[in-house]
Design a protein around this ligand. Sequence first.
Ligand SMILES: [Cu+2]
Length: 130
Amino acid sequence: MLRPLTSALLLATLALAACGGDDGAGDGSTLASRTVRIDATEYRFDTAAPPAIVVGETIEFDVRNVGRLVHEMQVLDEVGRLLDRTGRIMPGSADTVTVTFDEAGSYQIICDVDDHLSRGQRAVFEVTPG
Ligand SMILES: [Cu+2]
């Protein structure tokens, strides 16, 4: 009984460490299975196509600020819990955030700079079962 539990804990710890390791550094992650580009502007997020993420994927979001104000991007799960976020991104700059999606459901991205969220800078996307 002890051994499988220990392995599971170790895996969970590694996964957490991997998720937290890229906090706004923008150095890219070798863990990501693919990159999804998102443009942030006043007051919305644009992406070329829906990201169509399936459970188990690790996505690097490449967030470009194409607007005139500072933006950021937070990734929230179905119950609004913060999974990870970019740093504050100056106009003309970019940052990345890498998230592993372990559960199917609705996720959202928001910008919580000033009143941007209440102005509608938010988007919802689905993660589907594999
Ligand atoms: Cu914003």
